[in-house]
Design a binder for this molecule. Structure first.
Ligand code: SAH
Length: 219
């Protein structure tokens, strides 16, 4: 598969799913155009890679809908050389978008087989600057802190305080918070002792499972 394949599908995704729904950061739109999403889905679903929905990637997990990846990335306001922590590597797609924006990425995945296949995929696609930690990320990764941005790609019952405490000054935490069925995307920013919370779209993610999240088999 070459880098130019699915070009018309990518353009349609940018226009209809992203721009028309309010994604406006040109760097985010370019990254979403340039990163080959079809390389991150199982072969059998490749034709559906640019459709307006999440896609199953195995182990009961999904690669998020393109709009959700773009909305989270835009909300995280990632600049080149930012240090970014992602919780929920999944296919590695969101991590690739962050690396494409020039960020140094640490991404955590509790399902070892997904962490392994994401690692192989990212290496074969030539992505550098992405480190995968195959562990529960609900308490973050203090060894790499502080982070300019933290993105959580799974639904949390509440905001894990460990993640807030690992934000750098001016850092942004983007996280879906709510029930197992429905969440709100929250953007939490840290300025000195002040924490501000902004609510974005309603959303539906797979559960964040771990010590500071849903217990295993809770759903
Ligand atoms: N960002 C991914 C989509 C992730 S789906 C992509 O671009 O493809 C959410 C992922 O979070 C799943 O793979 C799930 O196994 C993982 N996950 C759930 N709870 C976790 C936790 N506590 N720590 C790390 N990963 C977790």
């Amino acid at each position: 598969m070459t880098a130019i394949s699915f070009e018309s599908e990518r353009r349609a995704m940018i226009e209809w799913q992203l721009r028309r729904r309010g994604i406006s950061d040109p760097r985010v739109l370019l990254a979403m155009f340039e990163v080959p999403r079809h390389e991150f889905v199982p072969l059998a679903h490749q034709q559906a890679a640019y459709e307006d929905r999440p896609i199953m990637i195995g182990e009961g997990q999904t690669i998020s809908q393109p709009y959700m990846v773009a909305a989270m990335t835009e909300a995280a306001q990632v600049s080149p050389r930012d240090k970014v922590l992602e919780i929920g590597t999944g296919s590695g797609y969101q991590g690739a978008i962050l690396a494409h924006l020039g960020a140094e990425v640490i991404t955590m995945e509790r399902v070892r087989s997904l962490a392994e296949s994401a690692r192989e995929r990212l290496v074969s696609l030539g992505y550098r600057g992405i480190r995968i930690i195959p562990e529960d990320g609900s308490e973050g990764y203090p060894a790499g802190a502080p982070y300019d941005a933290i993105l959580v790609a799974a639904a949390a019952p509440a905001v894990p305080q460990a993640l807030v405490s690992q934000l750098a000054e001016g850092g942004r935490l983007v996280i879906p918070v709510g029930t197992l069925q429905l969440q709100t995307l929250q953007v939490i920013s840290k300025h000195g002792e002040e924490i501000s919370i902004r609510e974005l779209d309603a959303c539906q993610f797979v559960p964040l499972v771990g010590r500071q999240a849903w217990p295993e088999h809770a759903w």
